[in-house]
Design a binder for this molecule. Structure first.
Ligand SMILES: [Zn+2]
Length: 441
Protein backbone atom coordinates (compact mmCIF):
# COMPACT_ATOMS: atom_id res chain seq x y z
CA UNK A 1 0.00 0.00 0.00
CA UNK A 2 1.51 3.35 -1.03
CA UNK A 3 0.51 6.79 0.33
CA UNK A 4 -0.58 9.34 -2.30
CA UNK A 5 1.93 12.21 -2.71
CA UNK A 6 1.22 15.36 -0.67
CA UNK A 7 -0.51 18.22 -2.52
CA UNK A 8 1.94 20.41 -4.44
CA UNK A 9 2.26 24.01 -3.20
CA UNK A 10 1.41 26.52 -5.92
CA UNK A 11 0.82 30.28 -6.10
CA UNK A 12 -2.79 30.46 -7.15
CA UNK A 13 -5.98 28.57 -7.96
CA UNK A 14 -8.97 30.21 -9.62
CA UNK A 15 -12.18 28.24 -9.19
CA UNK A 16 -14.84 29.21 -11.70
CA UNK A 17 -18.28 28.11 -12.82
CA UNK A 18 -16.89 27.56 -16.32
CA UNK A 19 -13.49 27.56 -17.94
CA UNK A 20 -13.27 27.99 -21.72
CA UNK A 21 -9.62 27.28 -22.52
CA UNK A 22 -10.14 27.59 -26.34
CA UNK A 23 -7.79 24.61 -26.70
CA UNK A 24 -9.25 22.06 -26.08
CA UNK A 25 -12.59 23.37 -27.38
CA UNK A 26 -15.67 23.63 -25.22
CA UNK A 27 -16.54 24.76 -21.69
CA UNK A 28 -15.41 22.94 -18.54
CA UNK A 29 -17.97 23.35 -15.77
CA UNK A 30 -16.93 23.71 -12.11
CA UNK A 31 -13.21 23.61 -12.83
CA UNK A 32 -10.17 25.34 -11.40
CA UNK A 33 -7.14 26.81 -13.09
CA UNK A 34 -3.91 26.18 -11.18
CA UNK A 35 -1.13 28.75 -11.60
CA UNK A 36 2.46 28.76 -10.39
CA UNK A 37 5.38 31.02 -11.25
CA UNK A 38 3.17 32.96 -13.68
CA UNK A 39 2.33 29.83 -15.68
CA UNK A 40 -0.69 27.59 -15.91
CA UNK A 41 0.13 24.20 -14.41
CA UNK A 42 -3.25 22.44 -14.48
CA UNK A 43 -6.94 22.62 -15.29
CA UNK A 44 -8.78 20.35 -12.85
CA UNK A 45 -12.34 19.73 -11.61
CA UNK A 46 -12.84 22.03 -8.60
CA UNK A 47 -13.84 19.10 -6.43
CA UNK A 48 -10.43 17.51 -6.97
CA UNK A 49 -8.35 20.66 -6.46
CA UNK A 50 -7.29 19.96 -2.87
CA UNK A 51 -6.18 16.39 -3.55
CA UNK A 52 -3.35 17.49 -5.85
CA UNK A 53 -2.71 21.15 -5.07
CA UNK A 54 -2.10 23.43 -2.11
CA UNK A 55 -2.56 26.96 -3.47
CA UNK A 56 -1.19 29.86 -1.41
CA UNK A 57 -4.10 31.92 -2.73
CA UNK A 58 -7.51 30.81 -4.00
CA UNK A 59 -10.01 32.97 -5.87
CA UNK A 60 -13.60 31.77 -6.06
CA UNK A 61 -15.66 32.98 -9.00
CA UNK A 62 -18.93 31.06 -8.72
CA UNK A 63 -20.82 32.85 -11.53
CA UNK A 64 -17.88 33.45 -13.86
CA UNK A 65 -16.31 32.06 -16.98
CA UNK A 66 -12.54 32.13 -17.42
CA UNK A 67 -11.14 32.69 -20.90
CA UNK A 68 -7.65 33.34 -22.26
CA UNK A 69 -6.67 37.03 -22.34
CA UNK A 70 -7.98 38.71 -25.49
CA UNK A 71 -5.48 39.82 -28.13
CA UNK A 72 -6.15 43.09 -29.95
CA UNK A 73 -4.09 42.19 -33.00
CA UNK A 74 -4.16 45.66 -34.54
CA UNK A 75 -4.35 48.95 -32.66
CA UNK A 76 -3.03 52.47 -32.77
CA UNK A 77 -3.27 52.87 -29.02
CA UNK A 78 -2.28 56.52 -28.70
CA UNK A 79 -5.12 57.48 -31.04
CA UNK A 80 -7.55 57.18 -28.11
CA UNK A 81 -6.84 60.94 -27.87
CA UNK A 82 -8.52 61.34 -31.30
CA UNK A 83 -11.54 59.21 -30.40
CA UNK A 84 -14.66 60.55 -32.12
CA UNK A 85 -12.88 63.47 -33.77
CA UNK A 86 -14.02 62.52 -37.28
CA UNK A 87 -16.98 60.20 -37.82
CA UNK A 88 -18.93 59.49 -41.02
CA UNK A 89 -16.06 59.82 -43.51
CA UNK A 90 -14.29 57.31 -45.77
CA UNK A 91 -10.70 56.23 -45.19
CA UNK A 92 -8.99 58.61 -47.65
CA UNK A 93 -10.60 61.89 -46.46
CA UNK A 94 -10.51 60.56 -42.88
CA UNK A 95 -6.72 60.25 -43.13
CA UNK A 96 -5.96 63.22 -45.37
CA UNK A 97 -8.38 65.83 -44.00
CA UNK A 98 -8.82 64.83 -40.37
CA UNK A 99 -6.17 62.54 -38.94
CA UNK A 100 -2.86 63.41 -40.62
CA UNK A 101 -3.24 67.21 -40.16
CA UNK A 102 -4.03 66.78 -36.45
CA UNK A 103 -1.23 64.30 -35.98
CA UNK A 104 1.07 66.80 -37.70
CA UNK A 105 0.14 69.45 -35.13
CA UNK A 106 -0.07 67.39 -31.95
CA UNK A 107 1.80 64.09 -32.07
CA UNK A 108 4.75 64.03 -29.67
CA UNK A 109 6.18 61.59 -27.12
CA UNK A 110 3.85 63.18 -24.54
CA UNK A 111 0.79 62.64 -26.79
CA UNK A 112 1.81 59.01 -27.30
CA UNK A 113 2.42 58.41 -23.61
CA UNK A 114 -0.92 59.85 -22.55
CA UNK A 115 -2.92 58.27 -25.35
CA UNK A 116 -1.37 54.86 -24.74
CA UNK A 117 -2.07 55.19 -21.02
CA UNK A 118 -5.78 55.82 -21.70
CA UNK A 119 -5.77 52.87 -24.10
CA UNK A 120 -4.09 50.54 -21.60
CA UNK A 121 -6.68 51.29 -18.91
CA UNK A 122 -9.51 50.73 -21.40
CA UNK A 123 -7.99 47.53 -22.79
CA UNK A 124 -7.17 45.93 -19.44
CA UNK A 125 -10.62 46.57 -17.98
CA UNK A 126 -12.16 45.09 -21.14
CA UNK A 127 -10.15 41.87 -20.94
CA UNK A 128 -7.47 42.70 -23.54
CA UNK A 129 -4.15 41.42 -22.21
CA UNK A 130 -2.06 41.72 -25.37
CA UNK A 131 -1.98 44.47 -27.96
CA UNK A 132 -0.31 44.60 -31.34
CA UNK A 133 0.38 48.31 -31.53
CA UNK A 134 1.46 50.51 -34.43
CA UNK A 135 2.16 54.19 -33.84
CA UNK A 136 4.74 56.96 -33.78
CA UNK A 137 7.25 57.29 -30.91
CA UNK A 138 7.27 53.57 -30.02
CA UNK A 139 9.73 54.24 -27.22
CA UNK A 140 7.03 56.27 -25.45
CA UNK A 141 4.33 53.63 -25.95
CA UNK A 142 6.66 50.78 -24.91
CA UNK A 143 7.30 52.55 -21.60
CA UNK A 144 3.57 52.82 -20.90
CA UNK A 145 2.81 49.19 -21.83
CA UNK A 146 5.63 48.12 -19.51
CA UNK A 147 4.23 50.26 -16.68
CA UNK A 148 0.68 48.99 -17.25
CA UNK A 149 1.86 45.38 -17.30
CA UNK A 150 0.15 44.74 -20.63
CA UNK A 151 1.73 42.40 -23.12
CA UNK A 152 2.44 44.21 -26.39
CA UNK A 153 3.94 43.76 -29.80
CA UNK A 154 5.31 47.21 -30.59
CA UNK A 155 5.19 47.91 -34.33
CA UNK A 156 8.01 50.24 -35.34
CA UNK A 157 6.30 52.54 -37.86
CA UNK A 158 7.83 53.35 -41.24
CA UNK A 159 6.58 56.02 -43.68
CA UNK A 160 8.39 57.55 -46.62
CA UNK A 161 7.01 61.05 -46.09
CA UNK A 162 7.94 63.44 -43.26
CA UNK A 163 5.96 63.29 -40.00
CA UNK A 164 6.63 64.89 -36.60
CA UNK A 165 8.28 61.55 -35.72
CA UNK A 166 10.84 61.31 -38.53
CA UNK A 167 11.81 62.89 -41.85
CA UNK A 168 11.77 59.67 -43.89
CA UNK A 169 11.87 55.87 -43.76
CA UNK A 170 15.50 55.79 -42.68
CA UNK A 171 14.74 58.15 -39.77
CA UNK A 172 11.76 55.99 -38.76
CA UNK A 173 13.90 52.86 -38.74
CA UNK A 174 16.68 54.52 -36.74
CA UNK A 175 14.28 55.76 -34.04
CA UNK A 176 12.32 52.50 -33.99
CA UNK A 177 15.34 50.27 -33.63
CA UNK A 178 16.64 52.48 -30.81
CA UNK A 179 13.32 51.93 -29.00
CA UNK A 180 13.69 48.20 -29.52
CA UNK A 181 17.24 48.27 -28.16
CA UNK A 182 16.02 49.95 -25.00
CA UNK A 183 13.17 47.50 -24.30
CA UNK A 184 14.27 44.33 -26.07
CA UNK A 185 14.79 42.41 -22.79
CA UNK A 186 11.32 43.21 -21.43
CA UNK A 187 9.40 39.97 -20.78
CA UNK A 188 6.06 41.28 -21.95
CA UNK A 189 7.18 43.36 -24.96
CA UNK A 190 8.09 42.23 -28.46
CA UNK A 191 8.82 44.25 -31.58
CA UNK A 192 7.98 44.19 -35.26
CA UNK A 193 8.63 46.39 -38.27
CA UNK A 194 5.49 48.25 -39.29
CA UNK A 195 5.54 49.91 -42.70
CA UNK A 196 2.29 51.91 -42.76
CA UNK A 197 0.95 50.67 -46.11
CA UNK A 198 2.08 49.82 -49.65
CA UNK A 199 0.83 53.23 -50.82
CA UNK A 200 2.92 55.19 -48.27
CA UNK A 201 6.10 53.11 -48.46
CA UNK A 202 8.14 52.59 -51.64
CA UNK A 203 10.04 49.55 -52.90
CA UNK A 204 13.40 50.84 -51.68
CA UNK A 205 12.10 51.22 -48.12
CA UNK A 206 10.46 47.80 -48.22
CA UNK A 207 13.78 46.31 -49.32
CA UNK A 208 15.50 47.93 -46.34
CA UNK A 209 12.75 46.67 -44.02
CA UNK A 210 13.19 43.12 -45.31
CA UNK A 211 16.93 43.33 -44.67
CA UNK A 212 16.42 44.47 -41.08
CA UNK A 213 13.67 41.87 -40.53
CA UNK A 214 16.00 39.06 -41.61
CA UNK A 215 19.02 40.37 -39.72
CA UNK A 216 17.17 41.01 -36.47
CA UNK A 217 14.55 38.24 -36.78
CA UNK A 218 11.65 40.71 -36.59
CA UNK A 219 8.15 40.13 -37.97
CA UNK A 220 6.60 42.65 -40.39
CA UNK A 221 3.09 44.07 -40.22
CA UNK A 222 1.37 46.49 -42.57
CA UNK A 223 -2.07 47.77 -43.55
CA UNK A 224 -2.99 46.03 -46.78
CA UNK A 225 -5.79 46.36 -49.34
CA UNK A 226 -8.12 48.05 -46.89
CA UNK A 227 -10.18 49.77 -49.62
CA UNK A 228 -11.20 48.89 -53.17
CA UNK A 229 -9.46 51.99 -54.67
CA UNK A 230 -6.16 50.87 -53.09
CA UNK A 231 -6.41 47.57 -54.95
CA UNK A 232 -7.69 49.07 -58.21
CA UNK A 233 -5.09 51.84 -58.38
CA UNK A 234 -2.28 49.34 -57.85
CA UNK A 235 -3.69 47.03 -60.53
CA UNK A 236 -4.09 49.97 -62.97
CA UNK A 237 -0.56 51.24 -62.33
CA UNK A 238 1.36 47.97 -62.41
CA UNK A 239 -0.99 45.05 -63.07
CA UNK A 240 0.09 43.73 -59.68
CA UNK A 241 -1.91 43.56 -56.43
CA UNK A 242 -0.19 45.25 -53.46
CA UNK A 243 0.19 41.79 -51.89
CA UNK A 244 1.82 40.42 -55.06
CA UNK A 245 4.22 43.35 -54.96
CA UNK A 246 5.14 42.64 -51.31
CA UNK A 247 5.55 38.97 -52.22
CA UNK A 248 7.98 39.93 -55.02
CA UNK A 249 9.89 42.18 -52.59
CA UNK A 250 10.31 39.34 -50.08
CA UNK A 251 8.06 40.88 -47.42
CA UNK A 252 5.60 37.97 -47.14
CA UNK A 253 6.10 34.79 -45.13
CA UNK A 254 5.08 33.29 -41.77
CA UNK A 255 6.30 36.45 -40.00
CA UNK A 256 4.06 38.72 -42.08
CA UNK A 257 0.86 40.18 -40.63
CA UNK A 258 -1.46 41.76 -43.19
CA UNK A 259 -3.96 44.10 -41.56
CA UNK A 260 -7.47 44.30 -43.10
CA UNK A 261 -7.13 42.65 -46.56
CA UNK A 262 -10.77 43.60 -47.12
CA UNK A 263 -10.23 43.42 -50.89
CA UNK A 264 -8.05 40.51 -52.01
CA UNK A 265 -7.17 40.64 -55.71
CA UNK A 266 -6.59 37.78 -58.17
CA UNK A 267 -4.47 35.07 -56.54
CA UNK A 268 -4.17 36.88 -53.18
CA UNK A 269 -6.00 34.30 -51.03
CA UNK A 270 -3.74 31.55 -52.40
CA UNK A 271 -0.70 33.83 -51.95
CA UNK A 272 -1.52 34.46 -48.27
CA UNK A 273 -2.01 30.74 -47.67
CA UNK A 274 1.08 29.63 -49.57
CA UNK A 275 3.31 32.06 -47.68
CA UNK A 276 1.79 31.30 -44.25
CA UNK A 277 0.82 34.96 -43.74
CA UNK A 278 -1.65 36.15 -41.10
CA UNK A 279 -4.65 38.43 -41.59
CA UNK A 280 -6.02 40.80 -38.95
CA UNK A 281 -9.74 41.38 -39.36
CA UNK A 282 -11.02 44.73 -37.98
CA UNK A 283 -14.79 44.55 -38.54
CA UNK A 284 -15.89 47.71 -36.68
CA UNK A 285 -13.31 49.95 -38.37
CA UNK A 286 -14.00 48.43 -41.79
CA UNK A 287 -17.73 49.00 -41.33
CA UNK A 288 -17.38 52.52 -39.97
CA UNK A 289 -15.11 53.70 -42.80
CA UNK A 290 -17.31 51.75 -45.26
CA UNK A 291 -14.19 49.95 -46.49
CA UNK A 292 -16.11 46.72 -47.04
CA UNK A 293 -16.33 43.23 -45.59
CA UNK A 294 -13.18 41.10 -45.49
CA UNK A 295 -13.84 37.58 -46.83
CA UNK A 296 -12.81 35.96 -43.56
CA UNK A 297 -14.55 32.64 -44.23
CA UNK A 298 -12.51 32.18 -47.43
CA UNK A 299 -9.27 32.99 -45.59
CA UNK A 300 -10.06 30.40 -42.92
CA UNK A 301 -11.10 27.86 -45.57
CA UNK A 302 -7.75 28.40 -47.34
CA UNK A 303 -5.92 27.76 -44.05
CA UNK A 304 -4.92 31.39 -43.39
CA UNK A 305 -4.69 32.32 -39.70
CA UNK A 306 -7.06 35.20 -38.89
CA UNK A 307 -6.86 37.43 -35.81
CA UNK A 308 -9.13 40.26 -34.63
CA UNK A 309 -8.25 43.91 -34.18
CA UNK A 310 -9.85 47.18 -33.13
CA UNK A 311 -7.73 49.42 -35.40
CA UNK A 312 -7.58 51.96 -32.57
CA UNK A 313 -10.15 54.32 -31.11
CA UNK A 314 -9.99 56.94 -33.88
CA UNK A 315 -11.79 54.76 -36.44
CA UNK A 316 -13.77 52.43 -34.18
CA UNK A 317 -14.32 54.23 -31.65
CA UNK A 318 -13.75 51.56 -28.97
CA UNK A 319 -10.95 49.24 -27.95
CA UNK A 320 -13.40 46.42 -27.34
CA UNK A 321 -12.73 42.87 -28.47
CA UNK A 322 -16.14 41.69 -27.24
CA UNK A 323 -17.69 44.11 -29.75
CA UNK A 324 -15.29 42.92 -32.49
CA UNK A 325 -16.16 39.27 -31.83
CA UNK A 326 -19.87 39.88 -32.12
CA UNK A 327 -19.51 42.07 -35.22
CA UNK A 328 -17.18 39.57 -36.88
CA UNK A 329 -19.72 36.82 -36.45
CA UNK A 330 -22.72 38.92 -37.54
CA UNK A 331 -21.07 40.56 -40.55
CA UNK A 332 -19.83 37.19 -41.83
CA UNK A 333 -23.38 35.84 -41.74
CA UNK A 334 -24.85 38.87 -43.52
CA UNK A 335 -22.11 39.00 -46.15
CA UNK A 336 -22.36 35.30 -47.02
CA UNK A 337 -26.11 34.82 -46.56
CA UNK A 338 -25.12 31.81 -44.49
CA UNK A 339 -26.18 31.76 -40.82
CA UNK A 340 -23.62 29.03 -40.08
CA UNK A 341 -20.69 31.31 -41.05
CA UNK A 342 -18.23 32.19 -38.24
CA UNK A 343 -19.85 30.53 -35.22
CA UNK A 344 -19.08 31.81 -31.71
CA UNK A 345 -16.27 29.33 -31.03
CA UNK A 346 -14.49 30.37 -34.23
CA UNK A 347 -14.50 34.10 -33.40
CA UNK A 348 -13.45 33.49 -29.78
CA UNK A 349 -10.55 31.52 -31.22
CA UNK A 350 -9.65 34.42 -33.54
CA UNK A 351 -9.70 36.86 -30.59
CA UNK A 352 -7.34 34.67 -28.54
CA UNK A 353 -5.30 31.94 -30.22
CA UNK A 354 -5.55 33.54 -33.68
CA UNK A 355 -3.97 36.73 -32.30
CA UNK A 356 -1.28 34.78 -30.47
CA UNK A 357 -0.38 32.85 -33.63
CA UNK A 358 -0.25 36.06 -35.71
CA UNK A 359 2.22 37.56 -33.23
CA UNK A 360 4.31 34.39 -32.99
CA UNK A 361 3.34 34.06 -29.30
CA UNK A 362 1.30 30.84 -29.49
CA UNK A 363 3.71 28.91 -27.27
CA UNK A 364 3.21 31.53 -24.53
CA UNK A 365 -0.41 32.77 -24.74
CA UNK A 366 -3.70 32.31 -26.60
CA UNK A 367 -5.18 29.35 -24.67
CA UNK A 368 -5.48 28.21 -21.06
CA UNK A 369 -3.27 25.15 -21.48
CA UNK A 370 -0.69 23.98 -18.95
CA UNK A 371 2.75 25.39 -19.78
CA UNK A 372 1.44 28.71 -21.09
CA UNK A 373 1.60 32.00 -19.23
CA UNK A 374 -1.45 32.69 -17.06
CA UNK A 375 -3.08 35.48 -19.07
CA UNK A 376 -6.63 34.98 -17.86
CA UNK A 377 -9.86 36.96 -17.99
CA UNK A 378 -12.87 36.36 -15.73
CA UNK A 379 -16.26 37.32 -17.16
CA UNK A 380 -19.11 37.63 -14.64
CA UNK A 381 -22.14 35.75 -15.92
CA UNK A 382 -24.18 36.64 -12.83
CA UNK A 383 -25.90 39.55 -14.56
CA UNK A 384 -29.57 39.29 -15.50
CA UNK A 385 -28.84 39.91 -19.17
CA UNK A 386 -26.63 36.79 -19.25
CA UNK A 387 -29.28 34.47 -17.78
CA UNK A 388 -30.12 31.76 -18.46
CA UNK A 389 -26.89 30.34 -19.88
CA UNK A 390 -27.09 27.20 -22.00
CA UNK A 391 -23.75 27.72 -23.73
CA UNK A 392 -21.09 30.03 -22.26
CA UNK A 393 -19.23 30.29 -25.59
CA UNK A 394 -22.37 31.63 -27.28
CA UNK A 395 -22.86 34.16 -24.47
CA UNK A 396 -19.24 35.34 -24.65
CA UNK A 397 -19.77 36.39 -28.27
CA UNK A 398 -23.45 37.28 -28.55
CA UNK A 399 -24.67 38.38 -25.12
CA UNK A 400 -21.75 39.43 -22.91
CA UNK A 401 -19.79 42.67 -23.23
CA UNK A 402 -16.59 44.09 -21.84
CA UNK A 403 -18.62 45.54 -18.95
CA UNK A 404 -18.92 41.98 -17.62
CA UNK A 405 -15.14 41.55 -17.28
CA UNK A 406 -14.41 41.42 -13.55
CA UNK A 407 -10.81 40.24 -13.09
CA UNK A 408 -7.73 39.97 -15.27
CA UNK A 409 -4.38 38.27 -14.73
CA UNK A 410 -1.29 38.63 -16.91
CA UNK A 411 1.54 36.15 -16.33
CA UNK A 412 -0.27 35.18 -13.12
CA UNK A 413 -0.27 38.77 -11.85
CA UNK A 414 -3.70 40.19 -11.07
CA UNK A 415 -3.92 43.46 -13.01
CA UNK A 416 -7.69 44.03 -12.71
CA UNK A 417 -9.68 43.17 -9.57
CA UNK A 418 -13.47 43.58 -9.46
CA UNK A 419 -13.34 45.80 -12.55
CA UNK A 420 -10.63 48.14 -11.20
CA UNK A 421 -7.12 48.24 -12.68
CA UNK A 422 -4.49 47.64 -9.99
CA UNK A 423 -1.41 49.12 -11.66
CA UNK A 424 -3.02 52.14 -13.32
CA UNK A 425 -4.87 55.16 -11.99
CA UNK A 426 -7.95 55.32 -14.18
CA UNK A 427 -8.97 58.80 -12.96
CA UNK A 428 -5.50 60.20 -13.73
CA UNK A 429 -5.61 58.69 -17.23
CA UNK A 430 -9.08 60.19 -17.81
CA UNK A 431 -7.79 63.59 -16.69
CA UNK A 432 -4.97 63.41 -19.26
CA UNK A 433 -7.52 62.64 -21.99
CA UNK A 434 -9.58 65.68 -20.97
CA UNK A 435 -6.49 67.88 -21.03
CA UNK A 436 -5.69 66.79 -24.61
CA UNK A 437 -9.26 67.51 -25.64
CA UNK A 438 -8.66 71.16 -24.66
CA UNK A 439 -5.48 71.29 -26.73
CA UNK A 440 -6.79 69.55 -29.83
CA UNK A 441 -10.35 70.82 -30.13
ZN1 LIG B 1 -4.77 50.60 -38.65
Amino acid sequence: MSASPPPRAVDLAIRARWIVPVEPAGAFEHHALVVDGGRIVALVPSAQLSTGWAPRSTVDLPDHVLIPGLVDAHAHSAMTLLRGIADDVALKPWLEQHIWPREGRHVSPEFVRDGTLVACAEMLCGGITCCNDMYFYPEASAGVFEEAGLRAMIGLPVLDFPTPYAADAEGCLRAGLAARDRYRHSRRLAFSLAPHAPYTVGDESFARIVTYARELDLPIQTHLQETRPELEQALDASGETPLARLDRLGVTGPGFVAVHVVHPGPGDVERLAAQGCHVVHCPASNMKLASGVAPVASYLAAGVNVALGSDGAASNNRLDLFAEMRLASLIAKVASGDATALPAAAVLRMATLGGAVALGLESTIGTLEPGKDADVVAVDFGALELRPCYDPVSHLVHAAGREHVSDVWIEGERVVERSAPLRLDRAAAAARATLWRERIA
